[in-house]
Design a protein around this ligand. Structure first.
Ligand code: MN
Ligand code: MN
Length: 421
């Protein structure tokens, strides 16, 4: 909104005051592009049409080729829109014996205030040490297999093995661990319900013990002081351990005197039927209606085939945090007040869309585009342009868009999610 006046000698008010007769005469497309050009200080010159788009100074051809819609944006892009992309490739990788991790939080991607992400690798036997945090943790297994442990609010143990495409969820303050299994450990994506989260600020068992007087440890656990002679002096965070034995043995040991937890903190995504499948792709929605414990984070797992598009839509209830697993795509976020920006995405990128802002995701490659849509909510919610236009009086839509009845009748009426239907 702030750019509305500063960018434009042809103000939004003037634009809106163009009579309907003039609109019809000029045709909406040409008026729209005239407006869009005016939003750009240098006009929206087409590449090669003049010297305006030439770039004779230093360039970074690799990054430029990965971000064609930044260097040569569609003419519909206009005004200042806060950056909504951050590649995990830019994030600092924190290396340990046993694995590594890297995070994308509000500190890396300023717009991402509601959710943060961590990409973590564990070797076979590598342990993300026993810990908890103030944020809730939702996870997607990207590769391999791992054993996860927790206790629930009644102190009952939970131990499960998870493999590629499985999920887990640990609520605030629930202590947990993750360990890589044979043959090659695991890599997974963690999503936290707080953009300000940091994996550097978690309650770690080793860190806590190292900062508690040993006589207090002895007294509280009822064991001799000398039992703690070999305590780690500082936090472990990730360390190399032995690959654990059979799951059943660990579950039996964890049951202890309380029995195992009735809560299932893991979720087998591929056992869930596809929520919607079209010629253009498919989507699986996983929220607390299926994954009971996941009360603060909801997800949609989306595949868009080459040539397909995740249709124009918005989310009423939450910001959207995205992770791109595979393929290439582009997204335009329309940010109101004549502002819009298009950015390109590929494997390992994080994207973000603020609550209610309209957007689409188009597959721009020749392989499947696969990504996660994550929301800080117990439930998934969206509305689509097609759904909107086909569930209000047709005359009203035609009067707004100068389209005929045949065009309106051809628009899908049952939210396809991914086009073509
Ligand atoms: Mn955790
Ligand atoms: Mn969306």
């Amino acid at each position: 909104m702030a750019d509305d006046q500063s960018d434009s000698k042809f103000s939004r008010r003037d634009f809106l005051e163009v009579s309907s007769g003039a609109l019809a005469g000029a045709g909406v497309t040409s008026v729209t592009s005239m407006f869009a050009q005016d939003q750009s200080p240098n006009g929206a010159a087409k590449p090669g049409s003049d010297r305006s788009t030439s770039d004779p100074g230093p360039t970074n051809p690799t990054l430029d080729s990965q971000n064609p819609d930044s260097g040569n944006s569609p003419p519909t892009d206009a005004g200042g829109v806060q950056t909504f992309k951050y590649p995990f490739s830019f994030a600092h990788k924190r290396l340990h014996q046993g694995g590594w991790s890297r995070e994308v939080t509000v500190r890396e991607l300023a717009v991402s205030t509601t959710l943060a992400g961590v990409d973590m690798r564990l070797t076979p036997g590598g342990v993300r040490e026993l810990h908890w945090h103030t944020a809730a943790e939702w996870a997607y297994m990207l590769y391999g297999s791992a054993r996860i442990t927790a206790i629930d609010n009644d102190g009952k143990g939970f131990v499960a093995d998870v493999k590629k495409d499985d999920l887990w969820y640990f609520p605030t303050g629930i202590p947990h661990s993750i360990q890589g299994l044979n043959p090659d450990g695991a890599e997974f994506l963690l999503v936290f319900d707080d953009g300000n989260f940091s994996e550097f600020a978690t309650v770690l068992l080793s860190d806590w013990m190292a900062h508690t007087p040993k006589d207090v440890l002895a007294k509280t656990l009822g064991v001799p002081l000398k039992a703690f002679d070999k305590l780690p002096q500082k936090e472990l965070f990730i360390f190399q351990g032995q690959v654990p034995g059979p799951l059943e043995a660990d579950q039996k040991a964890a049951a202890g005197t309380h029995g195992l937890s009735p809560s299932d903190f893991a979720f087998r995504t591929l056992q869930l039927p596809v929520t919607k499948r079209t010629k253009g792709g498919e989507v699986r929605v996983v929220d607390s209606s299926q994954f009971k414990v996941s009360t603060r984070i909801a997800a949609a797992i989306v595949t868009v085939h080459p040539g397909g598009i995740r249709e124009l839509h918005w989310h009423q209830n939450a910001d959207e945090w995205q992770y791109y697993f595979a393929g290439k795509g582009r997204m335009t976020v329309f940010a109101t007040g004549g502002r819009a920006r298009t950015m390109d995405f590929e494997t390992g990128d994080v994207g973000y869309v603020q609550q209610t802002l309209p957007h689409y995701i188009e597959n721009t490659g020749n392989t499947d585009l696969k990504f996660l849509e994550m929301f800080r909510s117990s439930f998934y919610q969206d509305l689509a342009l097609s759904e909107w236009l086909t569930h209000i009086p047709p005359e009203l839509v035609m009067a707004h868009l100068n389209i005929d009845k045949a065009t309106l009748d051809a628009i899908p009426r049952d939210e396809p999610v991914i086009m073509p239907e």
